[in-house]
Design a protein around this ligand. Structure first.
Ligand SMILES: [Zn+2]
Length: 250
């Protein structure tokens, strides 16, 4: 048996037997793991009221002999939401983001970036006066970009010219943004989405900036185009779809 001290973000919890709790944790060094907190519903000494979703914990984890399961031996709260839990609609947005993260199942290499993004998500949902209803969609794109699927949104993927602030065209299957001159080139495929400058500016912010800096899209057409682009990109490149109220890997 081996003990490790680590930070952990609580993604999901559940009870089993009377006083025991299982947790899905995001660990910055190794990605998503399931851990068992025996006596977790009872022990205020080892788990002082901290085993809740969206909390960042400092914890001691123990791997069993063959490493096939993980127990949470003790934990304390490093940071967590203060007012967010009483805001049901915001907690709904957060839950949607966490479910996506679980299905994506980040690798150890990307775990630190995902960890930072979830902490930024928590503080944004907690502190910002208004948040776009598209926020979970933006989160999916931000996460995809941070785990290695970032498309170039600045230059044309064929000729390499800067796209400036012009209308561009996104080729979903290749993850390529094209200029108007290249969109009819024989090397391109037919399934392209027109992307206005406001949509591309928003995508650039989601790709590079913190969640607190993501703005909403004012125009209904732009919102629709942005949803179609992100959903298509996530489905094609990460193989994840929204299906009957949950995310699913294809
Ligand atoms: Zn071009």
């Amino acid at each position: 048996m081996k003990d490790v001290m680590t930070r952990a973000l609580v993604l999901r919890t559940g009870h089993f037997r009377e006083i025991d709790i299982w947790l899905k944790l995001l660990l910055p060094g190794s990605g998503i793991q399931t851990a068992f907190a025996f006596g977790g519903a009872k022990s205020k000494h080892r788990f002082p009221g901290c085993l809740d979703v969206l909390n960042t914990l400092n914890c001691r984890l123990r791997t069993s002999g063959r490493g096939q399961f993980l127990t949470l031996e003790e934990a304390c709260l490093l940071e967590g939401p203060v007012t967010l839990r009483s805001n049901w609609s915001r907690m709904g947005l957060a839950a949607n983001c966490l479910r996506f993260l679980e299905v994506l199942d980040v690798s150890a290499d990307n775990a630190e970036a995902a960890f930072a993004l979830v902490e930024a998500l928590r503080s944004t949902l907690e502190s910002r006066a208004s948040v776009s209803q598209l926020f979970p969609l933006f989160f999916r794109f931000a996460l995809a970009c941070r785990v290695g699927y970032a498309p170039d949104l600045v230059r044309c993927g064929l000729c390499g010219r800067s796209l400036g602030q012009t209308l561009a065209f996104f080729q979903v299957s290749e993850g390529l943004m094209l200029c108007a001159g290249c969109r009819h080139s024989p090397e391109t495929v037919r399934q392209q989405l027109p992307v206005s400058w406001p949509v591309r500016r928003l995508l650039l912010a989601v790709q590079k900036d913190e969640p607190r800096d993501w703005q909403d899209l004012a125009n209904v057409e732009d919102r629709r185009a942005c949803s179609t682009l992100i959903d298509g990109f996530i489905q094609y490149h990460l193989g994840i779809v929204w299906d009957r109220g949950g995310f699913r890997k294809l």
